[in-house]
Design a protein around this ligand. Structure first.
Ligand SMILES: [Zn+2]
Length: 258
């Protein structure tokens, strides 16, 4: 590990809160399934659906990139045609299904992983199938393939319901573990369940992250509460187009938008 990995990454975005947010898509798992009952939270798309969605993006002149790359490009004024791609939780199917597809379509993404749950499964979900999570080696493989690794905390806890001490462990502990694991300090954080409040946002910024992803952060939207669009198995071209338009409409009045 080189010495410069101990240096926190520079903030990649301006701290202003009333700025438009980029379009960022949220995925979780990519695997074959036929019965919707196998996917009670709507977090799985089949490889074929992911491919169709990536092709739709490309047909619109858009290319999926990691959130870190997207924000750096925006800061430099060259983010036209970029959309953020994120995959939460770090399932093993990312490596076997999503990564080859992303490479085929010249896209990158941010994978938000849980270094406190390496090689186990989604024990936090009371319903649905157990889905295995990447091991340390698997995460290193994803990072070596040029994808951004971000933190999803240690254990997938609702951070708005934790003590200050646990909040610090989840934010700083996961960041340190990922640095040990990949050799690089993660720049991005992703709030488990998309749950956040002012205390959690401030603690995330203070822990040294450069940005954080939410789902629908409302008035807290900003670099540390980036809204994301949930993409599901049901999202064909028409629905994706509506979701893109909805995002653009929501950003109206929030400053420059792309
Ligand atoms: Zn999650």
């Amino acid at each position: 590990m080189s010495a410069d990995t101990d240096t926190a990454p520079a903030a990649v975005v301006a701290p202003a809160r009333r700025t438009a947010s980029p379009w960022v898509l949220m995925y979780h798992s990519v695997s074959e399934f036929t019965d919707p009952a196998e996917d009670p939270y709507g977090i799985t798309v089949t490889p074929r659906t992911l491919e169709a969605q990536l092709l739709w993006l490309r047909s619109r002149g858009l290319r999926g990139v990691s959130v870190g790359e997207l924000l750096r490009a925006r800061a430099a004024g060259r983010a036209a045609g970029m959309v953020g791609l994120t995959f939460d939780d770090g399932y093993t199917d990312f490596l076997t299904q999503a990564l080859p597809m992303l490479r085929r379509h010249d896209c990158t993404c941010t994978l938000f992983v849980l270094p406190g749950r390496l090689g186990v499964d989604n024990v936090w979900d009371p319903l649905g199938p157990r889905k295995s999570l990447l091991t340390a080696e698997g995460i290193r493989e994803v990072a070596a393939a040029g994808q951004e690794i971000g933190s999803h905390g240690l254990l997938h806890q609702d951070l708005t319901a934790t003590t200050d001490e646990t909040l610090q462990q989840e934010l700083r502990g996961s960041r340190d573990l990922l640095r040990e694991l990949t050799g690089t300090l993660p720049e991005g954080f992703c709030y488990p369940y998309g749950h956040l409040d002012a205390r959690v946002v401030a603690a995330t910024r203070d822990a040294g992250y450069g940005y954080a992803c939410a789902i629908d952060p409302g008035r807290l939207a900003g670099p540390y509460a980036l809204p994301r669009t949930h993409v599901s198995q049901a999202d064909g071209a028409a629905r994706l187009r509506i979701k893109h338009l909805r995002h653009q409409v929501r950003q109206l009045g929030r400053g420059v938008h792309r």
